[in-house]
Design a protein around this ligand. Sequence first.
Ligand SMILES: CC(C)[C@H](C(=O)O)[C@@H](O)C(=O)O
Ligand code: SF4
Length: 775
Amino acid sequence: MPGVIKGPQTLYDKVFNDHIVDEQDDGTCVLYIDRHLVHEVTSPQAFEGLKNAARKVRRPDNTLVTTDHNIPTTSRKHFKNVTTFVEETDSRLQCETLEQNVKDFKLTYFGLGDKRQGIVHIIGPEQGFTLPGTTVVCGDSHTSTHGAFGALAFGIGTSEVEHVLATQTLLSRKSKNMKVQVDGELAPGVSSKDIILYVIGQIGTAGGTGHVIEFCGSAIAALSMEARMSICNMSIEGGARAGLVAPDDITFEYLKNRPLAPKLDSPEWKKAVKYWRSLRSDEGANYDVEVIINARDIEPTVSWGTSPQDVIGITGVVPGPDDFKDENKKQACRRSLDYMGLKEGTKMTDIVLDKVFIGSCTNARIEDLRIAASIVKGKTVAPNLTRVMIVPGSGLVKRQAESEGLDKVFQDAGFEWREAGCSMCLGMNPDILQPGERCASTSNRNFEGRQGAGGRTHLMSPAMAAAAALVGKLADVRHLADYEKAVPSAKSAGANVHPPIVDDPESDIDFESMLGEDDANQGNTADTKAPASKGSGFPKFTQLKGIAAPMDRSNVDTDAIIPKQFLKTIKRSGLSAGLFHAWSKNKDGSLNPDFILNQEPYTKSKILVVSGPNFGCGSSREHAPWALLDFGITCIIASSFGDIFYNNTFKNGMLPLQVDDPEALKAVFAEAQAGREIEVDLETNTVKSADGKKLATFEVDDFRRKCLLEGLDEIGLTLMKDEKISRFEKRRTEETPWLDGSGYLSRHRVGAVKVEAAPLPKTNRGEAVEEPLEW
Ligand SMILES: CC(C)[C@H](C(=O)O)[C@@H](O)C(=O)O
Ligand code: SF4
């Protein structure tokens, strides 16, 4: 049987293997997806693709939709509908589009008028939608959160959202196993957020690339479910495809009486718990990488730079380039200090803040709010802070907090008490930092411009953010009493702020004017342009010859490739206007002549060559490959890639090309720097100079290679497997009946759906492919 591993298995092996519908010789699997969460930012193009191909949502009973990223977090007392409530034009259109799609496809939706609305990764667990042993996906990188239940949960791009909607499966390959074991007792004042920040500091943002991390050890076993969620949430920041924790009594206790979990004490509940208990790694199971950490080594941890790996204990000082051996890291450190306006050697506790944000899918659950409230109770926020916000993760968290009087504690201390949403975690709504402002944040990303162009983010736990709110500086929550006399006055705000690196203000982007004619016509665009809608494959990728732009950076995150203000589109095209926006544009919107893609001959680049590792890390936004494609770049060459970005590029007929040999990468980079054309040949797996000299070789999985060479539509291919998918669903219904829509989702409960005879996959010209590939 495919995928069966002989011998002891890890938890990840077990969950992955249990979901294999079909497996190819090269390891590409059709993986069944149990749970699909959907939000407004990454779904419009997916629904458009479904509509264009006249496809249905296969399992509405396993699909849950909410709106969280774009929405205002102001009072909803007078909320009537999104059209009147969401003021910002593009955000409103995205919210309206979501609601229309929910209606058209008859899906379950928690809108702004619903008390269950909230951040997608908070509502899933809260409702019992997330269950042990399931596969959970969402067009969002922090789907890893749900791994806290022993679920295999990972972020996907919009093309994959469409794939799951249409087929309830994904084409996926098995990742490697990594174990992060944290043993011992946490010291007072240290929380699960400190654990994960510390772990990422140790392994780096690419440390988990290609792996699924299992978190274990006595310190993890002692954590509550909410604390485990904060850890799994940030596994993506460590580069991992997913993070998970074996389910145990703490998990089962949490799931009791959740609306979508099996009914407590029913035969289904008993059967489920028996199965869930089997979800543990076997004795002697093999991990490709093991990391062992002593919980006692962890102190309250904060970030100092612009990558989640730039962390240090609160008692430390801001590091400098000499603290790093690797030249890429020295360079990244210089850049981070410059952006953050910090001087090497500054004590972390001397860093003065402007704002505090307690929220996000990492830390906006009830326990987070309780701990923050316990610290600020009866005290007042520091006068130098211009804004201190509490944004509960869901309407239900908000209600719970209010029933405990936490809202009053916060408001009395001077905090704003907001409505649920992503808010200042990424600032797609009006909650943003101004250029140069410095924020203590319980969120998960401190990338340049993440919370607002030019804004500076310090990541930390809710306890540490609450302490920072009282002190007005980064502060050690363990020694709050020592600060009492040292709270900065109002005028010392921004005392350590250096001139910020800013891009233009985040005013409304005129998406209409960004759209080309092709888009208006709704047809596939020419060769190197992003298609307006999918449904019938891509141009074939065989050879590509052209100018390659050299980019001398590492850890380029997808927020940098395309910042959040450009994600408010409902189209795939026109996104080159936002490509590398903060680097490519001056403050006034004019082109920055120093940026490589603005210089000749690189304005015509078809290839991007990146010197450092981990290109495309972070967010799952498929807008990143769409923006590159729209510029004309169809191939990116680097030593390594963020997993989700890597996947997303293939779905758009692009080639991310991993060159393992550092000398070969240098040779390709040198050609790019010289402004000479290079040639990428997918038929021979080589990169050549313009005069035919072999510069590098590369590997691409067989299946992906064939899809690129033949320009195939993966959804069409998967639908050819309908019989196998239906058989899998039948077995699933028999063995794990609680996974077919339960609770309020049972109105959609149809079990295995019969779909029409699967059409043959098509080429980009719409012709049926006669013998596509052995499949
Ligand atoms: C908008 C979405 C694609 C994105 C993600 O994938 O993470 C967002 O949630 C983020 O945190 O950057
Ligand atoms: S990381 Fe931030 S923006 Fe992304 S889902 Fe979580 S709260 Fe929302």
